[in-house]
Design a protein around this ligand. Structure first.
Ligand SMILES: *Cc1c(COP(=O)(O)O)cnc(C)c1O
Length: 414
């Protein structure tokens, strides 16, 4: 029985979400549209199988096909990133980070991580998280020019003697000098961890610096620029393989989601194809067009510029519109972004000064420079006319015409 036949109430909700994704402009930089093959793997019979443990060492019978599926995902990830060891079982990015910390740290150990308002992630030690009470997180910031302040990072490393130096970000638009960070870590005897959740696809495509040959542990999600299923992954040097595997299972998780692991295998195969390199390059080109258009329209681009797929823009400082006002207006116009704190924001997290947006999902739909120019103009108009419902409605109608030219999941309905 289909969802529609058995549960029309849910079918209506799913169709509404499908139409929202089709009709609007999805510009949240952590989101993407997976392929039909990835969706098929997610909905496959692999969801039925318990497989606690690892390949060849499971706590359940009947795992021989699942072992092959998991090995396929692991081998493709190794090929994609040049990793020595890969664990594809983390259920998402946050559990991957927690597992990684628990593998390499003792309670009370000091971790040097990036400040949330400078682009870091909650799981990098924000006080609201559970792990902030277990480890001692010290936060570094970006310099005035927008790059990570490596000299300050070194000073802090010497002062705090961290067990771990952590890099990686959710709202930071520049690349990282991993060799420099590794050098600082070696100087103070710290381990190195990179959380590449947002930029994994760009790294896989060779479009951003790759920490994997240099760093001890690398965590990521698989659903952002990598364009796979919602999930996590840990890569590490062989020396940490046993600890990492033990930390994921049985340390933190139970049975792995083998349907998601099958979908990861599909996504990694897609990312290994030459077309994915073009995709990654276009993501960056598109982001550069938005940067140019927003700068020209008088907006302050945080961190100076974008080297990746996203931009953090100070709408409050530039136009006197708060992040929340901008987000709500853009939503009404059919453009999905998120409000976001800017470095050392004095406004609260529920209505910060900035908005964060990016190009991975629109690029998946096939949009290029010319569409970006038009979109920037709509965004500027929506932000400046955030109280003008008629103008926002007019933009929404124009966007409907644009999105209808870039079909999404034409073969799907619920
Ligand atoms: C998105 C993200 C995560 C968390 O991923 P979830 O899948 O939402 O748990 C962790 N770290 C960084 C840097 C991220 O951007």
């Amino acid at each position: 029985m289909t969802i529609n036949q058995f549960d029309p109430v849910l079918a209506t909700m799913l169709n509404a979400e499908l139409n929202r994704q089709r009709d609007g402009l999805e510009m949240i930089p952590s989101e993407n549209f997976v392929s039909s093959a990835v969706l098929e793997a997610l909905g496959s019979v692999a969801t039925n199988k318990y497989a606690e443990g690892y390949i060849g060492k499971r706590y359940y019978g009947g795992c021989h096909h699942i072992d092959e599926i998991e090995a396929l995902a692991i081998n493709r990830a190794k090929q994609l990133f040049g990793a020595e060891h890969v664990n594809v079982q983390p259920l998402s990015g946050a559990p991957a980070n927690i597992a990684a910390y628990s593998a390499i740290l003792e309670k009370g150990d000091t971790v040097l991580g990036m400040d949330l308002s400078h682009g870091g992630h909650l799981t990098h030690g924000h006080p609201v998280t559970y792990i902030a009470g277990i480890y001692n997180f010290v936060r570094y910031k970006t310099a005035a020019d927008g790059s990570i302040d490596y000299d300050n990072l070194r000073d802090m490393a010497i002062e705090h003697k961290p067990k771990l130096i952590l890099v990686g970000y959710s709202a930071y638009s520049r690349d990282i000098d991993y060799a420099r960070v590794k050098q600082i870590a070696d100087e103070v005897g710290a381990l190195t961890m990179a959380d590449i959740a947002h930029i994994a696809g760009l790294i896989a495509a060779g479009e951003m610096n790759n920490p994997i040959p240099l760093f001890d542990v690398i965590t990521t999600t698989t659903h952002k620029t990598l364009r796979g299923p919602r999930g996590g992954m840990i890569m590490c040097k062989q020396a940490f393989a046993k600890q990492i595997d033990k930390a994921v299972f049985p340390g933190l998780q139970g049975g792995p989601h083998e349907n998601v692991i099958a979908a990861k295998a599909v996504a990694f195969k897609e990312a290994l194809e030459p077309a994915f390199k073009d995709y990654a390059r276009q993501i960056k080109l598109n982001a550069k067009v938005l940067e140019y258009e927003f700068s020209s329209a008088g907006y302050k681009i945080m961190f100076g510029r974008t080297d990746n797929h996203l931009l953090l823009v100070d709408v409050m400082g530039s136009k006197g519109v708060t992040g929340k006002q901008a987000q709500v207006a853009l939503d009404l116009a059919g453009i999905t972004v998120n409000k976001n704190a800017i470095p050392d924001d004095t406004r609260g997290p529920m209505d910060p000064s900035g908005i964060r947006f990016g190009t991975p999902a629109l690029t998946t739909r096939g949009m290029k420079e010319i569409e970006m120019k038009q979109i920037a103009s709509w965004m500027n108009s929506a932000i400046q006319n955030w109280q003008d419902i008629e103008q926002l409605e007019k933009i929404r109608k124009e966007i409907l015409i644009l999105t209808s030219r870039f079909p999404l999941y034409s073969d799907i309905s619920y």
